[in-house]
Design a protein around this ligand. Structure first.
Ligand code: C5P
Length: 286
């Protein structure tokens, strides 16, 4: 049996540059894995089976299933597997949980089935599953361009603690719905992400003024009640509140683990759930 942690991500910055002919959007984003994770365990079997501790997650629409099915077909293997998925990352929350699970499935089955596919080949399969999936093959800190699948590793701001608040606000077909709300006013040229990237390349602290997110303007309309969560975080003492991905998860940078725990305690006192995490490097993941 092979067990892998499938880490969540946040976007330290996310600029949308333009809408493309193929319906996707051109991005400049900095992705960062954090220490909140699902677990994937795979064991040999004749056929494919997916089990999950959460109801309604085992169907063929689950990205884990799609990843296993794709790898099986592309490699031509006749091997199967029992895949166990333990969900901890909030679902459809802007934290990349489904994409990370899919990436961990590709990596673990590649090993279990002894397929020996190299990273570029896995990345090709990953990008067929979703724009965010290739990032999770290495994790850590990376600049994502194109539709998010063209990646460049950056230095991880190590030991950076954060507090995540993931509001339970469901929007059907969330990601395409949120992209669909963007207009030309939300498009920027990527120069803020270039500054953020430059700082991270030189190992500097995260320049918080460069942490922009193109979905900020449309998120409050798209997620009823999001604003209340943001205000509670500020009231609890968060300095700045950022949106992750296309939302609705929010996060704040904090100076230390104890500052994160204190913020979580104050959020709890106000009836809100905070998750204290730290940045994870690519080496820690692999
Ligand atoms: O790649 P993924 O399956 O995550 O994308 C889901 C949807 O989100 C796409 O069909 C598209 O509508 C939107 N999207 C986009 N531009 C991106 C990524 C996703 O418009 N860069």
């Amino acid at each position: 049996m092979i067990t892998l942690k499938a880490y969540a991500k946040i976007n330290l910055g996310l600029e949308v540059i333009s809408r493309r002919e193929d319906g996707f959007h051109e991005l400049a984003t900095v992705l960062q894995t954090v220490s909140l994770f699902d677990e994937i365990a795979v064991a040999p079997a004749d056929a494919l089976t997916l089990r999950c501790d959460r109801k309604g997650m085992t169907g063929e629409r689950n990205l884990v299933w799609k990843a296993a099915d794709l790898l099986q077909k592309e490699s031509g293997t006749d091997q199967g597997a029992v895949i166990d998925l333990i969900k901890t990352i909030p679902i459809a929350a802007g934290l990349g949980g489904g994409s990370s699970d899919a990436s961990a499935t590709l990596r673990s089955l590649n090993a279990l089935w002894k397929l020996d596919l190299d990273t570029p080949r896995l990345a090709e399969l990953a990008s067929q599953l979703g724009s965010d999936v290739p990032f999770f093959l290495q994790g850590g800190t990376q600049l994502g361009t194109g539709r998010g699948e063209l990646l460049e590793p950056l230095l991880t701001p190590q030991g950076q603690w954060l507090v995540i608040v993931s509001p339970d606000i469901r929007v059907p077909g969330k990601t395409p719905a949120l992209y669909g709300r963007l207009g030309p006013d939300d498009f920027t040229d990527g120069s803020t992400t270039a500054k953020l990237t430059e700082a991270l390349r030189s190992g500097e602290a995260i320049p918080e003024e460069c942490m922009v997110n193109a979905f900020e303007r449309v998120a409050d309309d798209a997620f009823p009640g999001l604003d209340r969560h943001r205000n509670v975080m500020l009231k609890a003492g968060a300095d700045q509140v950022h949106l992750s991905g296309s939302g609705p998860s929010l996060f704040s940078l904090v100076k230390s683990e104890s500052a994160g725990v204190a913020l979580r305690r104050r959020l709890g006192g106000l009836g809100f759930h905070g998750i204290v995490v730290q940045t994870v490097t690519s080496e820690e993941q692999n």
